[in-house]
Design a protein around this ligand. Structure first.
Ligand code: M6R
Length: 612
């Protein structure tokens, strides 16, 4: 949840660390702080509650000499232990001010550690679990910071990424991790540690993932990685090919607006290169033999939030094309109900970040039950990708805004491709049919571009209704998961009560919410069920609802019942989520902006949720 950066090299550590934090701020923005080992050999710690801007202001008031140095660490926080105030902001220091620590995660034995420290005479000045680590390192330090960190890590329960510096070790930053991500950036005469690669891709594209229970010693001229006993471990270096510009706003006011516009390209990239010279769809990432695919008896899709909604669309695609039963589960519920899994079960774990703790635990549970786990992730080297049997990487590029847009779009594409591949291998669809569906899918980037070009009336509408405190979303078939997605986007960005329902269900209760002027967004792309949906729209309109209908070009069946009409181009109904999702993203973004809200960093949220 928190973002962490560590740097040692030849550049101004403050500039590098602040640049990295700016790119990691999406991970949490309750407070931020830095510790710089300055040229006089002291550690300067500056930290402030609130967004990075508050820290920047505090740094401007600090004597530049105190901040001038080439080694530093930084943190941007999503609060777990302790309120989001200055006192609880990281870095935390020990009693002597020699040790500075930043931490992502939660320590389960924190109360016990803290009591022990206080008993031994330490004074802890924050409410955080992290501060205990600084004092434990103080106790264990005997001239070797890495040794002290290893010793402390052996005592910690829970999940953590720690990045630590010591005043007396001018060339060393130490990092350690358990259950949460930490990546090394390998430069020339400089090295980096960060929660994800976006923090350092402006400086280097060579990276290495730190594995479970490993400790990294970062120096200007090299990096060593050991296990918790101090034995060296090997790891794989990888090259990051993300475009640096993709992690910048490029003139947009918000990352979210830029990411919405990047969707046609993200879809194109994710679809690209899938048909081989024999005209067969390739999904080598699944890494299952045809025989194993033919032996599958069920598919279970797990994910959280928007990823879960993508999974719900995946169920339609896989069941329709591959005739395999599919269950879709909210990842945080999955392992607690003892699901029935076996080696003939394919579990698809969808996660943009690849770090969501609930989804990661679902993956671990599924693998323990010997199911085959396919991760669908946007983040190379992420924990979920590494712990799964196989990974389908969506090629959306970095997604910085907390509200997921282009990542969801590419997850939908991944679901369609998995569905078509399973259908092809299991023989439920012949080559011509698979190719025809694939062709339809390949046309969607152009259709998404077309939808994006039609969005001005939606922006106007959003501003007009931005005073509403409740908005409902209705859909049927694949429109239902998209109704859930539209509602999630609006509630997370605009803080209004927004709910999605299957349109046929509202008469069983939710219709009681309708009163004069209640805004209801109805997803009504052309489908065999459109006539039934028309009846549902009439029911709510008769009770005073203002109906905002998303309908296919040329379909007049719903027009008489729409107060506001949003048109999308025609496509196969199964693929319609790729188009209906766009107006809902724009509606939510514009609605929230009209209320003066920051759509990249909605309150109380973080981009990747690494606590259960
Ligand atoms: O990184 P993940 O895909 O695992 O994240 C899952 C959810 O936390 C995420 O989709 C969340 O619901 C978004 N903020 C929705 O916009």
């Amino acid at each position: 949840m928190c973002g962490i950066v560590g740097y040692v090299g030849e550049q101004s550590a403050l500039d590098v660390v602040m640049g990295g934090l700016a790119r990691l701020e999406y991970r949490g923005y309750d407070s931020a702080g830095v510790a710089i080992r300055n040229d006089s050999g002291d550690l300067t710690v500056v930290r402030r509650a609130g967004k990075l801007g508050n820290l920047r202001a505090a740094l401007e008031e600090t004597d530049p000499a105190e901040l001038s140095g080439t080694l530093g660490i930084g943190h941007t926080r999503w609060a777990t232990h302790g309120a989001p105030n200055d006192r609880n902001a990281h870095p935390h220091v020990d009693c002597t001010g020699a040790v500075a620590v930043v931490h992502n995660g939660t320590l389960e034995n924190f109360t016990e550690l803290r009591e022990g420290l206080e008993h031994r005479g330490h004074t802890l000045s924050s409410d955080t679990d992290t501060e205990a680590v600084a004092h434990l390192i103080e106790e264990r330090y005997d001239g070797d910071l890495a040794d002290a960190v290893r010793s402390v890590c052996r005592e910690l329960d829970g999940s953590f990424v720690l990045v630590v510096t010591h005043r007396d070790e001018p060339d060393v930053v130490v990092g350690a991790r358990r259950n949460l991500p930490l990546v090394i950036g390998l430069g020339e005469g400089e090295n980096f540690l960060a929660s994800d690669v976006t923090a350092f891709i402006a400086h280097t594209r060579e990276a290495r993932v730190v594995d479970q229970d490993q400790v990294v010693v970062l120096r200007r001229d090299g990096v060593t990685v050991t296990d918790l006993d101090g034995d060296p471990v090997r790891g794989e270096q990888f090259h990051v090919d993300w475009d640096t510009a993709a992690a910048e706003k490029a003139g947009y006011e918000y990352f979210m607006l830029k990411e919405i516009d990047e969707q046609p390209e993200a879809v194109r990239e994710t679809i690209g290169g899938r048909i081989d010279s024999h005209g067969r769809l390739r999904l080598d990432e699944l890494a299952m033999s045809d025989e194993d695919v033919q032996g599958l008896t069920q598919v279970i899709i797990v994910g959280c939030g928007s990823a879960y909604h993508s999974g719900l669309v995946g169920k339609h695609a896989i069941e329709r094309w591959a005739r395999l039963p599919v269950h879709v589960e909210i990842a945080s519920e999955f392992r607690y109900r003892d699901p029935v899994l076996d080696p003939h079960t394919l579990v698809v774990a969808i996660s943009q970040s690849g770090e969501t703790a609930d989804t990661l635990e679902a993956v671990r549970h599924a693998r323990r039950q010997r199911a085959w786990v396919l991760a669908v992730s946007n983040t190379v080297g992420s924990s979920i990708a590494r712990e799964s049997d196989a990974t389908f990487y969506t090629r959306g590029g970095p997604e910085i805004a907390v509200a997921s847009t282009k990542a969801v779009m590419t997850q939908l594409v991944a679901m369609y491709l998995v569905g078509l591949h399973l259908a092809q291998v299991r023989g439920y669809r012949d080559g011509d049919e698979v190719r025809s569906h694939f062709r339809d899918l390949s046309h969607t980037p152009d259709l998404v571009t077309e939808v994006l070009g039609r969005m001005d009336p939606v922006r106007k509408l959003a501003r007009e209704i931005a005073g509403q405190e409740r908005v409902l979303f209705l859909g049927r078939h694949v429109g239902y998961p998209m109704a859930l997605e539209g509602a999630l986007k609006l509630k997370e960005l605009a803080y209004v009560s927004a709910e999605g329902f299957p349109a046929g269900e509202i008469k069983h209760g939710p219709i009681a919410l309708i009163e004069k002027g209640t805004c209801v967004v109805v997803l009504a792309p052309r489908h065999a069920l459109t006539s039934k949906l028309v009846t549902n729209v009439q029911e709510i309109r008769a009770r005073g609802a203002r109906t905002i209908v998303i309908a296919t070009d040329g379909d007049e069946s719903v027009t008489p019942h729409a107060d506001d009409l949003i048109r999308i181009p025609d496509t196969k109904s199964l693929l319609s989520p790729l188009l209906t999702i766009v107006p809902m993203q724009i509606l939510a973004a514009e609605f929230a902006m009209a209320r003066g809200l920051d759509i990249d960093q909605p309150r109380n949220l973080a981009k990747s949720v690494t606590v259960e």
